[in-house]
Design a protein around this ligand. Sequence first.
Ligand SMILES: Cc1cc2nc3c(=O)[nH]c(=O)nc-3n(C[C@H](O)[C@H](O)[C@H](O)COP(=O)(O)OP(=O)(O)OC[C@H]3O[C@@H](n4cnc5c(N)ncnc54)[C@H](O)[C@@H]3O)c2cc1C
Length: 463
Amino acid sequence: MVDMTRIVIIGGGPGGYEAALVAAQLGADVTVVEREGVGGACVLTDCVPSKTLIATSTRMAVLSESASLGVRFNGGPDGIVGGLEVDLGLVNKRVKDLARAQSFDISERLAYEDVRIVRGEARLTDPHTVTVNDTDLAADVVLIATGATPRVLPGAEPDGERILNWRQLYDLPELPEELIVVGSGVTGAELAGAYLSLGSKVTLVSSRDRILPTEDADAASVLQEVFLRRGMNVLSRSRAAGVRRSGDSVIVTLEDGRKVEGSHCLMTVGMEPNTRGIGLEKAGVQLSRGFVKVDKVSRTTVSNIYAAGDCTGVMMLASVAGMQGRIAMWHALGEAVQPLKLGWVAANIFTDPEVATVGVTQKMIDSGEVNARTVMLPLFSNPRAKMQGFEDGFVKLFCRPSTGIVLGGVIVAPRASELILGLSIAVQQHLTVDQVAHTFAVYPSLSGSITEASRRLMQESAY
Ligand SMILES: Cc1cc2nc3c(=O)[nH]c(=O)nc-3n(C[C@H](O)[C@H](O)[C@H](O)COP(=O)(O)OP(=O)(O)OC[C@H]3O[C@@H](n4cnc5c(N)ncnc54)[C@H](O)[C@@H]3O)c2cc1C
């Protein structure tokens, strides 16, 4: 009998379970150790629940902005949308049911591939031994995929009732009357926008000049305008110093002494890697600011130990975690492997409208790091957008000046997450704007703005 490679994976999120599936298909003996639930934080508390909630909030936003399309609601004041309200109990039940079902589906899939799932808290005893529930598991290869945890701001500790992190939102019995969201990065912006559309009054506390400070500035401006127009109170250059309860209220104190009062406060101030106390340093695995150091094929500083996902801090996305996990297993099991290319990662911010990006950024172009020509087409010039009543957004495209090779782009539009694939393919396959311009887009369609943007760049390169 041929000896099977014994692989032990710590963490059952996308970094872990995607790796397990690949390793099992390649004939390895695979064990996944998970302390909470298969699917990880991604499925149970973070990505899947937030996107499920956002499905409801987006529907609410679309309905409440349908008057210009001739939609009238019976029974509401002025015949508009007074009758529309959300049942948060039902929404939260749907969120949790869907997360549990997704976790179950992944467990079933792993079981089908003969992956062993062990429930418990794992740690490395040495590079070839993972200990869980006082049992030692021998491993030829170990994958660390332990994810990350919401960062806690000292003086603003969540109590799970009125001061919350995003993992505690789905236990709320009722919609917060006045929600203060501290932190205007992706999670803060997505959830602030969602609760606003669900009907809460929302204040977004941003320590920087604008929301989404690390994202495309044009996209962030569109989002900020939409938020303000819908009635969000955005406090820029306002850093929270502490949050405390006061009866049925919460009071957020800003560093300049101002106070903001609301019914609930949601803290979205980043993540910390789950890398403490699991024997990494003792086994020789180097960390950097708490994150596991990895190379482009997910190797750590110990030859048989790999790492994937949020615990590496490479790019905190489920899609990247899954790819890092798969790459680790392909590499460990001797398969040909393409190192991780961050320039190919398509990412999306699930606000309304959505912001999808791929490839180089406007910042890289503006700083001179990348030489590129750019074009930006506002969504209001797109015929389908006009018909659907969408005005906020744009398609931005970047290409090499001489060859016209597509380098990247930004799409701000409803369901931008579905539109970005065309640009992702163009970037990954080094297509030119001429090639994209000659591709048929459906008329009328939002994706027509991608081919139109390519035509504009193509015309420019002709001169
Ligand atoms: C609110 C929110 C929304 C998001 N939305 C998106 C999105 O739309 N798209 C996207 O691509 N990404 C999204 N992300 C990011 C995405 O959730 C993460 O990048 C992804 O979960 C990372 O996967 P992972 O496998 O590294 O970690 P996780 O999903 O966190 O899984 C790690 C698992 O390891 C387990 N674990 C930890 N330590 C141990 C131990 N010692 N023993 C046993 N088990 C252990 C944990 O219990 C956990 O289940 C979102 C994040 C947040 C916070």
